[in-house]
Design a protein around this ligand. Structure first.
Ligand SMILES: [Zn+2]
Length: 180
């Protein structure tokens, strides 16, 4: 079983691990504590104290906030229950006409704004662009990743979380709540 030290993984995250070492890491089977090392590195880089349960992106994390499983940006901005698509709680800039599309697409690369819109999701806390999606008009925000945390911790890491939480997509529940 290969084992890479934390410094190598940190370099991998930052894109500065030399290519031969990166290849070596890619070809080796994953060291068993890779997840823990990764979480430890990211925990030291975020601006909040809540323990990270699972990184979603380099900027977004599911954390344990006093017993609640919520999504937080690196800056600490909270996006609520991790079972609700975090995009609903982001600032959204929509490019839906030629003028706005031309700022990012050149010539014929530009999709037809009559069909497609570009949505940029931005953190209200730090202003970072968290995600961009190009989707047909009217398409709901894509919910990219809804992990089953209890199964992951219990069956994959072999250490169940102290509490459990019903695994479901709660996005529509949240929208219904807002519609009341
Ligand atoms: Zn932020």
């Amino acid at each position: 079983m290969a084992s890479f030290d934390k410094a190598d993984i940190e370099k991998l995250i930052d894109g500065v691990l030399p290519w031969p070492a990166t290849q070596d890491m890619l070809k080796s089977s994953k060291d068993e504590d890779r997840f823990d090392k990764y979480v430890e590195i990211m925990q030291a880089r975020v601006d909040f104290e809540d323990p990270i349960l699972l990184p979603l992106t380099p900027m977004l994390f599911i954390v344990n906030d006093n017993g609640s499983r919520v999504v937080k940006c690196r800056c600490g901005q909270c996006f609520g229950d991790y079972r609700v698509n975090w995009k609903l709680s982001a600032l959204i800039y929509v490019r839906d006409d030629e003028e706005k599309m031309e700022q990012v697409y050149v010539g014929r690369e530009m999709p037809d704004p009559g069909w497609i819109q570009l949505r940029e999701y931005i953190c209200a806390g730090c202003g970072a662009q968290l995600e961009v999606e190009a989707v047909p008009r009217g398409c709901p925000p894509d919910f990219e990743f809804l992990p089953d945390l209890d199964t992951f911790y219990r069956d994959w890491l072999g250490r169940p979380l102290p509490d459990t939480c019903e695994f479901k997509d709660a996005t529509l529940d949240q929208i219904n709540e807002w519609a009341k």
